[in-house]
Structures are given as C-alpha cells and as structure tokens.
Design a binder for this molecule. Structure first.
Ligand code: 4AD
Ligand code: MG
Length: 431
C-alpha cells in the first residue's frame, strides 16, 4: 500500500510503502537513518544490520542526498520525537540516484547562490514550510470571502491605464493600440464589478517596476483586492481585521509543524485578535518624531519608519488618514479635513510593516474628474471608470493585501523573496 507520509499515523504498526526523496542520512555500517520526505511530511527510515536485508543495507550505504526512492516496511512511532514516524525498511528501490552531488548542502550558503538554485532550494525544509503556509493563507482568504458573501471576480492583467501611479509601470507593446501596461492592482475593475455583485474580490499576480531593492519589494507579486458597495471607511477596517484574524488562526491551526520548522515564535501570532491598534497618520508622525525620526508632518511613512513603529507593537496597527497628497487619485477625502484621505494602511507588528493598503473611494463624478486632472492622468483612459459615478454611484470601499508580505510576517522570514516560489526583483529574473 503506497501512502502519503502525512498519513503515517494511520499505519502505525502496519506495513506501508512511501515514495519520495532522501534529504539527509546519518549512521554508517551497522545502522543507517535515512530521512525521507514526500512533500506531505518527513519520515525516518531505519536500516539496521541483521534486521534489514543485505540489499537494503547496500542501497542505504550508497544512497546520496536528494536521490529518489520507494521504501517499504512497518511503520511505528519514533521512540523520542513527538509526531515523527519511523519505518523499518524491508525493501528499497532507487528511482533515480542523483547524477551529481546535490548543490545545496547542510553548510551555510549565501543568498545569491540559493536564489540561483531556487529550483532546488524549494526542497529545503524551511522553504517547504513557507510554501505550505502560503497555501494556507490563500485557502483561508478564499474561505473567509466565501463565508462573507464576496464572489471572486478575475480582473485583467493587460490594462490601458495605471492604478497606482505612473512611475512603476511595466509596458508591453500591444498591436495597433500602442502600449499596454501590466496591472498594478485589479481594484478599478472590481469597482465596476461591485455595481453588479455588491461584494467582490480578486487574487492574482500584479507587477510594479519598483526600483526599490528592499526586503519588502518584488517586481511581480500576488495581490488580493477586495471591494464592497455601501461599505464606508470604518466597516472597511473591520473586514480587514476579521480577514487577518481568520488567516492567522488558520495558520496556527494547520501549520504547527511548519511554524516549528521555521523556528517561528508563535506567541505574537496568538495575540493577533480584534480590535487592532488604530492611530491616525498625524499621531504616528508625532510618535515617530519622539522616537528620533526626522519625518515631515505631511510625509508618507518610509520603510525605516514602518520598521521602527511596528517593532514597538505585537498587534497589527491601522494607520489612518494619510495626507491625500501622498496617496492615489481614487481615494475619497476626509470630510473633516480635506487635506487627508479616508484611507488606512495596515502594518504588521514585529517590524514587518505594511501588509494592506485600502480606502473609501471617491464616488462623485465631478470630484473624481478633478482628481484625475490633478494627478496629470488622461481622463480619456478613465472614461469607463468615471462612468461608474454616472450610473447609480454608491459609497464604497476596498483594500488590497500583498500575499508575500503576509506570508513573510507569519513565517517570520526577513526578506519576502523567500515567500514566492520564483521571485522577480530588479536584478533577478532566473530561474
Ligand atoms: O498599497 P498598494 O499599492 O494598494 C493598491 O494597490 C490598492 N489598489 C489596493 C486596493 O485598495 N485594492 O498595494 C497593496 C499591497 C501593499 O499593502 C503591500 O502589502 C503589497 O500590496 N505591495 C507589495 N508587495 C511586494 N512587493 C511590492 N513591490 C509591493 N507593493 C505593494
Ligand atoms: Mg500602499
């Protein structure tokens, strides 16, 4: 019976076959411990002289790291390690012995070497754990929105206009139409879709020709945008709070082994409960200045400011009402202070910084037209978007999260390049 290692528990005391790769080996001559993995989990294969057939001992001796095998034998609980299962190998078949020594070994490798070998690095235990957490974040997101009555709408990737400012656009030649741009966010299209469905979300790759080489920036990343009709600023934050709590809870529930493999301290994650901390941009500026930052009153928060601020807290922080001058054209202004937007960024604690950007949207035709002109955007390309303010406009809000930033925070990894299978950065396009 071929089983998946994650099901080993059900075969305690019974014979089974697993197929996978040998990721590590200990022992010599008398006894070998072959660490086997099949994607679903890890199992310790034991080949002891006198108990295992000679043929098994011979293969155990010769088997090299990352060679693929099929092994059969009785399964039992590991005598000491909780949650780990063992197999006394009675039969082993080599599917492929590696042609060369596996390039990634137990010793320390530099980030460039690991990134050049990303196609192989993905097999490492921590990288395995991060992708499993990413999968949980994706599933938890779909689950939350399905339960809350949001339907998934797929927004286009090739677009005629910019959503988030024109300086970070990837251009693609597009037949007789001139240039198309790779999308920065599906938001504008979701605003059309809410007038049909009320509550919608999208989830897909987005592109930013960001010149920034920080640990928080990729040129291709995955964004989830959500948008809802009749939702105003406060309710917009409440949806984000619930979504993030749901995601973190799911990871704590499903990814215990993965978080342990990553040596992630889960105490701060357990504190991620509503209500989150809420501060205005003006309050945050004062706080940052008290901490020694030279940030200006109406400045956007820089990466260092976000790190400094969020290191102080163990709960996510909403920073509300940024100066409208540093935010996108579509954001509605705060009626109490026209210099500020009805927006919020959600910053993850422990130094991680912005994971969500969102706002209430400008729903008045004339005001929106004015903003488009102020931002030096071409009203012609936004005609369809302006139409949404002509035919039954309603108050509405939405937000977008960066999947890699959320996975980075939950996994506790420093640089988000480890959270996407094949990272794209200004100086990296391969593998
Ligand atoms: O704050 P941003 O630019 O917001 C938007 O694009 C809105 N249209 C979203 C919306 O309201 N529907 O981007 C949203 C999130 C950020 O909070 C951040 O988590 C992530 O996307 N992000 C990046 N992640 C990785 N690399 C980059 N270069 C990123 N730029 C933004
Ligand atoms: Mg933002």
């Amino acid at each position: 019976m071929i089983i998946r290692i994650e099901d080993a528990e059900k075969y305690d005391g019974k014979e089974a076959t697993v197929q996978g790769w040998m990721y590590n080996k200990r022992g010599s001559g008398k006894i070998y411990f072959l660490q086997l993995r099949d994607g679903s989990g890890m199992l310790q294969g034991v080949a002891a002289d006198g108990e295992a057939p000679d043929e098994v001992m011979k293969i155990a001796e010769e088997l090299t790291m990352e060679s693929s095998v099929r092994a059969t034998g009785p399964i039992s609980k590991h005598p000491k390690w909780e949650g780990v299962y063992e197999m006394q190998i009675k039969k082993i078949e080599v599917i492929q012995m590696c042609k060369d020594e596996f390039p990634i070994s137990k010793k320390e490798h530099g980030p460039d070497f690991l990134l050049d070998n990303r196609h192989l690095w993905l097999r490492s235990k921590k990288q395995w754990a991060i992708q499993r957490i990413r999968n949980t974040v994706i599933n938890a997101t779909y689950e939350y929105f399905a339960n809350e009555g949001f339907i998934k709408i797929d927004s286009p990737i090739l677009t005629p206009s910019a959503c988030e400012g024109t300086t970070e656009l990837f251009e693609v030649p597009y037949f007789d139409e001139g240039n198309a741009y790779l999308t920065q966010s599906g938001q504008l299209y979701l605003e059309a879709a809410i007038m049909s469905h009320g509550r919608v979300f999208d989830f897909g790759p987005v592109f930013r020709a960001e010149k920034s080489k920080t640990r928080r920036h990729l040129t291709e990343f995955w964004m989830m945008d959500a948008e809802a009709a009749f939702v105003e600023h406060d309710e917009n934050l409440k949806i984000q709070e619930e979504l993030i709590c749901h995601i973190v809870n799911k990871c704590l529930e499903i990814n215990k082994l993965e978080l342990k493999a990553l040596e992630r301290d889960i105490e701060p994650l357990k504190k991620v409960k509503a209500p989150f901390i809420r501060k205005t941009h003006a309050e945050v500026i004062e706080e940052l200045r008290d901490m020694g930052s030279d940030i200006g009153e109406m400045d956007d928060l820089g990466a260092d400011d976000e790190t400094m601020l969020t290191e102080k807290y163990d709960k996510p922080i909403f920073v509300e009402k940024y100066p409208s001058a540093v935010k996108a054209f579509y954001m509605k202004r705060d009626p109490e202070d026209e210099t500020r937007a009805l927006c919020a960024d959600l910053l993850a604690p422990e130094g991680y910084g912005e994971i969500i950007g969102g706002s209430q949207r400008e729903d008045d035709y004339d005001v929106l037209m004015e903003r488009i002109k102020e931002h030096n955007l071409d009203p012609k390309v936004f005609e369809w978007y302006l139409d949404l303010r002509k035919y039954g406009s309603v108050p509405h809000s939405g937000f977008g999260y960066g999947l890699e930033r959320i996975v980075g925070w939950i996994s506790g990894v420093h640089h988000i390049r480890e959270t996407i299978p094949f990272p794209r950065m200004i100086n990296r396009l391969t593998p």
